[in-house]
Ligand binder design. Sequence first.
Ligand SMILES: [Zn+2]
Length: 410
Amino acid sequence: MHDFTAARCERLERQVKELAAFSDSAVGVTRLTFSERYVDALKSLTALATSLGCQVHSDEAGNFHVTSAAAQHLGWTVAVGSHIDSVPMGGAYDGVAGVLCGFDILQSYPELPITVVIFAEEEGASFAGGLVGSRFASGKLTSVDLEQLLDGNGRSFAEGARWTREAVNVPQLVSTGTPHWRQYLEIHIEQGRVLQDGSARLGVVTDIVGLIQAELIFFGRADHAGTTPMTARSDAGVTAAQFIVDLEELVRQTGEKAVGTVGVLEFGPGAANVVPGRARLSLDLRDPDESNLRSLAERVKLHGQALAARRNQQFTYREELFSAPVPLDLSVVDGLGEAASQQGIQTQRMASGAGHDAMMMAGLVPAGMLFVPCLNGVSHSPEEWADVQDLVLAADTVAMYLHNAFDLTQ
Ligand SMILES: [Zn+2]
């Protein structure tokens, strides 16, 4: 079972390089959904799939479904998915790692009934929001939504999907394909440094964290920076700075799984010789527990109000986005951990701080995720790197899990 051959690593290494070459930028990987380079990458994967005896279909959302001969024979399947679209100047492993692990399973474990699913537009680089393909597959987007969703050039998502399917030349899947799925599994690079800094080789994802994003504004009074004494100011910039410093402590008090970030800070009117009359901040809070997340947001808001009141300033808090935490299936989580330990692979249970296609599929079928470490946690960057030996371990873990969890004779 533990087929840890150098040949598999070499093959994966070569496939990662081949896919990375389908890029619109010379540095890093720029492969936007439904672009010509995106089609080239799909053509290459479709040719490989066909040579392995797999069926390849594309659905209305441009998701590609690569079904193993074993799944065709049995009439049911386990989806092993991820994505191959990238952010501009992204890396060679985000999404691709999971898709190529799926292909490694097709090649190394031909007895397994799996469908490698390549979801369209996970990143949201061309169509706002991202996770478009998996939202369609999970029933959260309809065909009508796909016709109305436009990119920056006015091309609809549905049109892009049609063009891609015809260019790659694969038959259309009339449904979403998901009724045949018994489970959904995804292998992905961690995009953080927890695994690298710890002793575990793979991460078993327990939850995808919840997210609150808000816009905060402190209103003071703009004054001349030279003529207004320090005692006579209402400086919104100073209040914002105090808020950012205090946020760090508020989040730490919530627990080790909570994170909070101010990524954008903007002063108005915004001149070197004017006391800031206005300070606008972005807020990004995440926690795997919904009530923790909600209460953290409430405390952060109250603290902003208190800081503003102390300086006789006004404060507004506007929630822009709420995404509930998504727990992954406990029996899949346990099963993946067990399959890894059977092979002597140490794992660590962890929450995913980033969104993934798995969070959409978790509402539909039992879903699980494995994280592989990536160098220094760097992602969405040309510097992104993962060890193909870890990809092989993840593929072996999924294969062992499927052997344990399913009767493959019927
Ligand atoms: Zn990804």
